[in-house]
Design a protein around this ligand. Sequence first.
Ligand code: FES
Ligand code: FES
Length: 185
Amino acid sequence: MPNAAERAGEPYFPMTSIDLKPRAGTLSRIRVNGIDRPVAIEPDRSLLVALREELGLVGTKYGCGEGECGACKVLLDGVAVRACITPLGEAIGRSVTTIEGLAMGDRLHPVQQAFLDAGAFQCGFCTPGMIVSVTSLLSRTPRPSEEEIVAALNGNVCRCGGYLRILDAIRRVSVGSSAVEKGSP
Ligand code: FES
Ligand code: FES
């Protein structure tokens, strides 16, 4: 279905079609989704800006830009971090995994599949950050308690209010978890 801009005959630039500009700065490399990628290190440059604007990995979302919403979460050495407040320099020599790097070829990551099965998204803007947070939690705690789930998602905001389905997705992927055994909502 055409969007409003298309109906009005205006050019439409979806958020994924950004200009990938060569950047000035000291060249270095970071390992992203298993591949060494060159990036320009500049003072005050965040990991999020490098991922989206230099490497074209726009699955990681820019929400608040201030560390409040969790839309920008990626895995840094397997732990969820907010890329908007992570200086790019901190990622040098470490392993970054974005939402694009979770699936194995055509097979979705189990957490991605659980979100799909549970219909745990509406607009989907918060979804990459949510999935990254849950992946990080389950890698450390395969049987999370309700309290651990709530704590892990504490920094992730869903403006569509889809929390119940998100919790359902987590239950599906952590079958046998203490949260499921307790039968908590
Ligand atoms: Fe990073 Fe909101 S964009 S926490
Ligand atoms: Fe829209 Fe979460 S599904 S913000």
